[in-house]
Design a protein around this ligand. Structure first.
Ligand SMILES: NC(=O)c1ccc[n+]([C@@H]2O[C@H](COP(=O)([O-])OP(=O)(O)OC[C@H]3O[C@@H](n4cnc5c(N)ncnc54)[C@H](OP(=O)(O)O)[C@@H]3O)[C@@H](O)[C@H]2O)c1
Length: 322
């Protein structure tokens, strides 16, 4: 291929960040387009897409077909469930992600939800609103067990935080990997229900893939302890919403802390809002400046690698879905 590499970066970037990305791709032509959805570009910038060697952002299938030189797409999100379109799955284009950018705040958020549920913080907030002194006996995390469904960046960070809270940490991941000192017991994927039955808190930190979609259905909630809390900070859809609603309404489980939801934004008419035993946050657990900075660093590093012809970081295993 003759001429400089062309890299199309979609989305909103500060001038200083644009300069960093340009510096990271020496010799390449880096074009910035302030749109998150490339679909808006079909008519305006089809020519640019056709000449792009790499695109940062979401590439719809019709553009993917037109992007004849394209070799690499980078998703600025950690989860690539929406980026893995049929066209992307069928193509040879390498997909990378920002995985790891939000692992630390995601783990903090899960711990926050666990503590809030464990101490019934909503009860204190209701009492505060009423200027009422409501002192009650609550639980502590120490001695309780937490099961981490997904032991990647966020799961392992949460394991370490939970250990600092004197919890017993159980883990499940897709592949067989050596365990971590912060994890007391690993469960094989086939042992899902025994894993669930051993947890006082079940925290979902796995990606949404064909294998995890709906894995928390009725049978999973039945396998949980009635005193256990369910926390999901990774993706909606891993829990079947109807099954989760039913388990919460029947008090089959004690409660839930949800940052990721089956439908987002959660519509005002959603029955989840009205449940007393639930804490809802709006997919906000990792929305920090540091997450953005780490995501930018991953992209800058990958731009440099792409220009030098070196292996990229965070390559998505398209078959596995993350
Ligand atoms: N709420 C938010 O604001 C927010 C922000 C950032 C990310 N996220 C979501 O959080 C997810 C996790 O982020 P991360 O950085 O921790 O990702 P990660 O480092 O890729 O970790 C994912 C973990 O899930 C495990 N896993 C995958 N499929 C599984 C299965 N079928 N059964 C059991 N475990 C499975 C993986 O297993 P292996 O170790 O065996 O590969 C890995 O341990 C992302 O995919 C994204 O969807 C949400």
């Amino acid at each position: 291929m003759s001429g400089p590499l062309t890299i199309l970066v979609t989305g909103r970037y500060e001038e200083a960040d644009k300069a960093l990305l340009r510096r990271s791709a020496p010799g390449a032509r880096v074009e910035f387009v302030e749109l998150v959805e490339l679909v808006e570009l079909v008519h305006d910038l089809a020519g640019l897409v056709e000449t792009a060697d790499a695109i940062v952002g979401h590439v719809p299938d019709d553009l993917l077909a037109a992007a004849r030189r394209l070799r690499w797409v980078h998703s600025p999100a950690a989860g690539v469930d929406t980026a893995l379109s049929p066209g992307m799955l069928a193509s040879d284009v390498v997909l990378t992600s920002a995985t790891g950018n939000g692992a630390i705040p995601l783990a903090e958020h899960a711990l926050l939800l666990m503590m809030m549920l464990n101490r019934d913080v909503p009860r204190w907030l209701r009492a505060q609103g009423d200027r009422r002194w409501d002192r009650f006996t609550h639980d502590e995390l120490a001695g309780r067990s937490v099961g981490l469904f997904g032991l990647g960046g966020s799961g392992l960070d949460l394991a370490r935080k939970a250990k600092a809270c004197h919890m017993r940490v159980l883990g499940m991941r897709r592949r067989h990997c050596p365990s971590d000192p912060a994890v007391d017991e690993m469960f094989a994927p086939g042992d899902f229900h025994r894993f669930l039955g051993a947890c006082d808190f079940v925290v979902v930190t796995a990606p949404l893939t064909a294998a995890t979609k709906g894995v928390f259905g009725r049978a999973a909630f039945e396998a949980m302890r009635p005193t256990a809390f369910f926390v999901c900070v990774s993706r909606g859809g891993i829990a079947d919403d109807e099954a989760l609603l039913d388990a919460l309404r029947r008090r089959r489980i004690a409660g839930a802390g949800l940052d990721a939801h089956g439908v987002e934004p959660l519509p005002p008419e959603s029955p989840f809002w009205g449940l007393p035993n639930i804490i809802i946050t709006p997919h906000n657990g990792a929305t920090t400046k540091a997450t953005a900075r780490r995501g930018l660093d991953i992209l800058a590093d990958n731009l440099g690698r792409f220009c030098k012809g070196e292996p990229l970081r965070n390559i998505v295993d398209k078959a596995a879905g993350y």
